[in-house]
Ligand binder design. Structure first.
Ligand code: MD3
Ligand code: FE
Length: 217
């Protein structure tokens, strides 16, 4: 009871936690920068609105997505790919905010990946009930670069397995400001997000935003 009550305030949770070989959780790494990161979100989403992508199998994703940076990840009936133009507007994706790029670079360096130079940032918006099924991120050209993920807003239960789909998964609760760096042997691990529970976050309201920084090209 007492432990639950003070979960967020104890120092029993180390600031840097290895979830698996190559996967480093930096609890609260983006917490202080949260408001600044969010201030850059509106202009990005005005230029490239959130949309529900369709998978090659014909399913519509419950997570709404957009991108910024030189390349953006898109899905359609014809497949998954990174491309320089937003298919909605026919124009380049908005540029990656400097504060976003800097935070991702610092997190990667903290986890042991120097000189991380992301050329794509996928923006995921979860509303209550949104989920992401177990998948691998393998549309990037260079698997030696890590992926850096930044969680903002409502907490989510994140599922994390191995490069074998049927291996059992670990569950972690990712909260506002948590950053995870996925590199090395964790880079091709299967992962997903359980349906988002409803709630009301002081800064973001009834949603969760996840930013993933990638070296795609
Ligand atoms: C582990 N996003 O955008 S972030 C995705 O919370 C994605 O929106 C989830 O999976 C989200 O592709 C999870 C954590 C994450 C991102 C990429 C990974 C974990 C990863 C790539 C390899 C291994
Ligand atoms: Fe993923």
């Amino acid at each position: 009871m007492t432990a639950d009550l003070f979960e967020d305030f104890t120092t029993s949770e180390p600031a840097q936690q290895a979830l698996a070989p190559g996967a480093v959780l930096l609890r609260g790494f983006a917490r202080e920068a949260g408001a600044e990161l969010m201030a850059r979100l509106d202009p990005v989403l005005t230029a490239a609105p959130l949309r529900h992508l369709v998978t090659p199998g014909g399913h519509t994703l419950s997570v709404a997505m957009s991108n910024c940076g030189p390349l953006g990840w898109v899905s359609s009936r014809s497949g998954y790919r990174y491309q320089a133009l937003d298919p909605l507007s026919g124009r380049p994706w908005p540029s990656m905010p400097e504060s976003w790029r800097a935070l991702a670079g610092c997190a990667a360096a903290q986890a042991g990946f120097d000189n991380f130079a992301p050329d794509a940032c996928l923006v995921n918006q979860y509303l209550p009930g949104s989920k992401l099924s177990l998948h691998q991120d393998k549309d990037e050209n260079d698997f030696s670069a890590p992926i850096v993920s930044v969680s903002l807003g409502l907490p989510a239960v994140f599922l994390f397995g191995t490069p074998q789909r049927n291996d059992r998964t670990q569950r972690y609760r990712l909260q506002h400001g948590d950053v995870v760096v996925w590199g090395g042997p964790a880079r091709l691990a299967f992962h997903g997000v359980a349906p988002l529970a409803d709630g009301d976050h002081a800064l973001l309201g009834r949603r969760r935003i996840n930013l993933t920084f990638r070296r795609a090209g």
